[in-house]
Design a binder for this molecule. Sequence first.
Ligand SMILES: [Mg+2]
Length: 322
Amino acid sequence: MSLSEFSLIEDYFSKLTPTRQDVSLAIGDDCALLQCPPGKELAVSIDTLVEGVHFFADVAPRALGYKSLAVNLSDLAAMGAEPAWFTLALTLPEQNSDWLRAFTEGLALAAESANIQLVGGDTTRGPLTISIQVHGLVSSGRAMRRDGANIGDRIYVSGTLGDAGAALKKRLENWLPEMLDQSDWQYLQQRLEYPTPRYQLGQQILDYASSAIDISDGLLADLGHILERSHKGAVINVAQLPLSASLKKLPPQISLPLALGSGDDYELCFTMPASNVEALQKLGLDIHCIGEITAGSDLVLEDESGKVMNIDARKGYDHFGS
Ligand SMILES: [Mg+2]
């Protein structure tokens, strides 16, 4: 049964995605055989999504397939790696070829634009659980890490923050503020279900950044990881946080905690020496300077006038929190 289900995935998948030249042998043998080019390092990451913990039981299988891969691509983005190959381990409660077909379509949607090839996998019976391992390529010694931030570096984020968090808040709290209309909710829901992994941006900033991370658990929590690993502090000006048109409709006491604390946006947060700012800005990327790395270990928030705000800046989203 296990074999037939994975064959089904492979069958749907092979029609939907291109194959890569650097795959000597893909699905069907004991191992895949992959060619890592000289001068490159492999960037490897794995992520497991469990029903009821990481996603709702009623999520559309297509969106689930897309997001399962997208969150892994986001980790490659954070290292500046180019997506190459992935493997999939799927635990399914029942045999359902309609579900599998839709799941695979979503998976293929994320895979196709990233030019990443499915090279192996496995299916088992049990509560719905999706594990994906991605492999990316990055020039040896050049990957962006969390431990490279220096005092005076500027802190940047890509895109907009808090959008997925707003959609999640609606779902969890039945929150329906009058300022948001149908088109806002469509946009916010899209941001939650179909996040855009920034792997192209990751490769573009590689020559300029001193450290990077993807924002999966919220800006404060994820920037906190950079600070911890780099043994530095930071000051963030909340007036500089990039907000979507939808979040700008909300009062700051709602939009700011979303932008600072909510996860699932899968934007990049990175640091860069001030001397690189001009060169990077010439590329015209969708990035925004939100603050600066400091000595010490404090993460300080300032309002638009530079006044220090009294917010528990280290409190991010935690899957195992209360
Ligand atoms: Mg990550």
